[in-house]
Design a protein around this ligand. Structure first.
Ligand SMILES: C[S@@+](CC[C@H](N)C(=O)[O-])C[C@H]1O[C@@H](n2cnc3c(N)ncnc32)[C@H](O)[C@@H]1O
Length: 303
């Protein structure tokens, strides 16, 4: 396993590698698969939720591209899978710049191997609890021009971090120029059941236990950014309506619709997503870029 850094503790399950397993990836170890299977035994819809989240990320990146954004900071980017941010962005503009940030060594090693020497893409291993380290990092400064709009992505990462996560998001909101986008998905405490409690208990065995937050706390992370309507063409969302289950945020007609009633599962209904734009003006929406060839990405798959 050339992609596995030598210093890894293989005996302890890790949320990044469990997520890779849920998505059908192969960068995980026995302890990860065991823990992920235990989660799936209690809550089979967690895999649907992971796929739906990945599809949200793809649509949110495309939305940002439609707004003319050409720079992306993907925080808690995970182990590369199908439809990474740079894959999507480069379908629209080969010069788009993408900075990946993750704390997990396998995610970072695999991203580095995949990216090679692509000059518009970089990866740093960092804990997002230290936003200034990321903003001041030479890789960030080389790649990202904060005087121009940037999309900052916190997709399925903040619910692994305890405490005041606004202290993490706020410096990025402040550093971003007008026209920038903030993309967040977050598991919330809206529908607590025995199942969700059991899943939380299983994640206690990982270095990053789940931190479910109320919807209002997730909404507050957008600060004064203007929320994008989850349905195109709808009026500005009223308070509380801008965050929707990940699979409801501007779904594509071809998006996987969860079967077997899993759309009613708390793992989907409480996994909320939203996109906010920093004022003053949101650019006019441009026609959706049509994916072709290798850009005709499926939301998730074995890699
Ligand atoms: C569920 S994965 C999400 C991956 C990707 N953002 C997506 O939504 O498909 C969560 C990722 O967040 C990373 N992560 C968790 N805590 C982190 C931290 N404090 N700093 C940086 N990355 C973190 C994990 O290593 C993992 O790769």
């Amino acid at each position: 396993m050339s992609w596995a850094p030598a210093e890894l503790d293989l005996s302890r399950p890790n949320a990044a590698r469990m997520y890779d397993y849920f998505l059908g990836g192969s960068h995980n170890f026995a302890a990860d698969r065991q823990a992920a299977d235990a989660v799936l035994a209690v809550a089979p819809h967690v895999a649907d939720a992971a796929r739906a989240n990945r599809a949200f990320l793809r649509r949110a990146v495309r939305y940002a591209l439609q707004q003319g954004i050409r720079q992306f900071i993907d925080l808690g980017s995970g182990i590369p899978t199908v439809g990474n941010v740079h894959d999507i962005a480069h379908c629209v503009n080969a010069d788009a710049r993408v900075l990946y940030v993750d704390v997990e060594p396998v995610a970072v090693a695999h991203a580095r191997a995949l990216l090679g020497v692509a000059p518009q893409v970089d990866v740093i291993q960092a804990d997002i609890c230290f936003p200034d380290f990321i903003l001041d990092n030479p890789a960030t400064q080389r790649l990202i021009d904060l005087a121009r709009p940037v999309a900052v992505l916190f997709v399925s990462v903040l619910h692994f971090i305890p405490g005041d996560v606004n202290a993490i998001v706020e410096p990025f909101r402040a550093a971003a120029s007008p026209g920038s986008a903030l993309v967040i998905s977050h598991a919330t405490s809206g529908a607590t059941t025995n199942q969700t409690e059991e899943v939380q208990r299983l994640y206690q065995r990982t270095p990053t236990p789940l931190q479910l937050r109320p919807r209002a706390d997730v909404q507050a992370l957008f600060g004064d950014f203007a929320m994008v309507t989850p349905q195109p063409g709808a009026a500005s969302p009223s308070d509380g309506a801008a965050l929707v289950p990940v699979s409801h945020w501007r779904p594509d007609p071809e998006d996987h619709v969860p079967a077997d009633g899993s759309s009613a599962s708390p793992f989907l209904t409480s996994f909320l997503a939203g996109v906010g734009m920093k004022g003053p003006a949101v650019m006019t929406e441009q026609p959706r870029p049509e994916p072709t060839g290798r850009c005709a990405l499926r939301p998730a798959g074995r890699h």
